[in-house]
Design a protein around this ligand. Structure first.
Ligand code: ADE
Length: 249
């Protein structure tokens, strides 16, 4: 049985074509570790028209997703360990700790919002949590659902080959990751840092940790305010000064 099952409810199932087969997620699905089912909400909409949306009470532009098909779909699909998320820009933005919690659930049901919104009665009736993928507005929840699926699936046991590559990973550790380099050693006058070519594993590890912290301080100081810096980390940052960093955005 898959360690993570995702059921997506959408009015645009074809938006997921390609995405599901690509890269790590495609491999995880092929290996049976992650199972993703994309459902067309129209399947739960009443005959004869199978309408999933309608005009907003009170007037105004745009259409609102109807409550009945969503509730019927969730009630049919939800398993004992199921968790139901509604993708919407009206929620706190997703973070890595929340993704880690989602990846531990057996089943995620993701409801993709559309149009001007979703009938608000959906929230008390079936939604466990609302999720935004950032403080900007997408035309619908589909791209946001793909973000959630991608981030959660790579944490499912067995998906990312070496568990070590998840341990101490950027964001999970409350900091950004260190800069990476590969061949050639020099390109247009820019050299890869000598320490990375030294073969000295301990120094490489310390340098990387220090650079990750420098980057965080430079680009995302808010993350460091939350987690703080240990004396050990301060000493490492002093020992290994920042490599040239681009100006903050
Ligand atoms: N739907 C529209 N915008 C969104 C966002 N930023 N996050 C999640 N769902 C959305």
């Amino acid at each position: 049985m898959a360690s993570l099952r995702v059921d997506v409810l959408t009015t645009f199932p074809r938006a997921f074509d390609g995405f599901l087969d690509a890269s790590l997620l495609g491999k995880a699905r092929a290996a049976g570790i992650v199972e993703v089912r994309v459902h067309d909400l129209r399947a739960w909409a009443a005959e004869p028209q199978r309408r999933t949306d309608d005009y907003a009470y009170g007037g105004g532009p745009g259409m609102v997703l109807r409550v009945e098909p969503i509730v019927a779909a969730v009630e049919e699909l939800r398993q004992a360990d199921g968790w139901v998320g509604l993708l919407t820009p009206q929620a706190p933005p997703l973070t890595q700790p929340r993704v880690q919690a989602l990846a531990r659930r057996g089943q995620l049901i993701l409801i993709c919002g559309r149009y001007e919104g979703v009938d608000d009665r959906v929230r008390p009736l079936v939604v466990d949590e609302e999720i935004s993928v950032g403080d900007y507005v997408l035309s619908g929840g589909e791209a946001a659902a793909m973000v959630v699926i991608d981030a959660a699936a790579r944490l499912a046991p067995g998906v990312v080959g070496a568990a070590a590559s998840l341990q101490g990973e950027s964001h999970a550790a409350g900091r950004l990751s260190h800069p990476q380099f590969t061949r050639p050693e020099e390109f247009r006058g820019l050299r890869a840092p000598a320490v990375l070519l030294s073969g000295h594993h301990q120094r490489v590890a310390q340098w990387r940790r220090a650079q990750g912290l420098h980057r965080t301080q430079h680009l995302r100081p808010d993350l460091l305010v939350q987690r703080g810096l240990s004396n050990d980390e301060r000493a490492l940052m002093h020992q290994y000064p920042p490599i040239d960093t681009p100006p903050p955005p």
